[in-house]
Ligand binder design. Structure first.
Ligand code: PGA
Length: 228
């Protein structure tokens, strides 16, 4: 199963979410798992023919943690997935240690985790990505509840991507070391999605900016290998 994730980041409103869900009605290409990650408040505004996930969560089940969101609440809202350790969160102070606690709590609540890692411009891919993953992936992770998202930070929202050979080589290294399904993120768009999706150890795509146009997002999915 090839997984295509739409990370809306802090975009969209209720009308946008409803129209998006409507545009995905009757859209179910075989071989694709579609996951939509809207901002928290829109989780109730978008339901349909796809899986739902959140862009973050907290590690506690409940309690006096103003502004935080429990993985149990996400589960009760119909979420199957939660994204953790996105570089935009790491940049704002999220540590690998907190990602690990959150991932463990998410697994306990029955959510699948998409754990992000990747190097910044000029950093060593292996050293940084492996260090982040070593410290972010909890012992509760297995092939059924964990997906790794390799996202070179310098490729996010910039229109730049590693070369196809680099993506292939890096995914192979991640899959070889961790054994989890691994998806690629960072400036995925219609023009490059098909080529990236064909690579052996690329098990899916994490799409940010290009997912906001639902018709374009549908085309990306349709163009993915092996999705028909
Ligand atoms: P982008 O974002 O597709 O806009 O580069 C990807 C992401 O941050 O998940």
């Amino acid at each position: 199963m090839f997984i295509v994730v739409a990370n809306w980041k802090m975009n969209g409103d209720v009308a946008f979410a409803r129209a998006y869900a409507q545009a995905l009605e009757n859209f179910s290409p075989s071989g694709a798992e579609i996951v939509i990650l809207p901002p928290y408040p829109l989780l109730t505004a978008i339901q349909g023919n796809f899986k739902l996930g959140a862009q973050n969560c907290y590690w506690a089940e409940k309690g006096a943690y103003t502004s935080q969101v429990s993985p149990y609440l996400l589960k009760s809202l119909g979420c199957d997935y939660v994204l953790l350790g996105h570089s935009e969160r790491r940049e704002a102070g999220e540590t690998s240690a907190s990602v690990m606690k959150k991932a463990e709590a998410a697994h306990k609540a029955g959510l699948k985790t998409i754990i992000c890692a990747g190097e910044k411009a000029g950093e060593d891919f292996k050293k940084i990505t492996f260090a982040q993953l070593d410290n972010s992936v909890p012992a509760s992770a297995d092939k059924t509840n964990t997906i790794i998202a390799y996202e070179p930070v310098w490729a996010i929202g910039t229109g730049e991507t590693p070369t196809i050979a680099q993506i292939e080589e890096r995914h192979e290294a991640v899959v070889e070391k961790y054994g989890f399904p691994t998806i690629y993120g960072g400036s995925v768009k219609l023009e490059n999605a098909a080529e990236i999706s064909k690579l052996k150890n690329v098990n899916g795509l994490l799409v940010g900016g290009a997912s906001l146009d639902v018709e374009g997002f549908k085309k990306i999915i349709q163009n993915c290998h092996p999705v028909e």
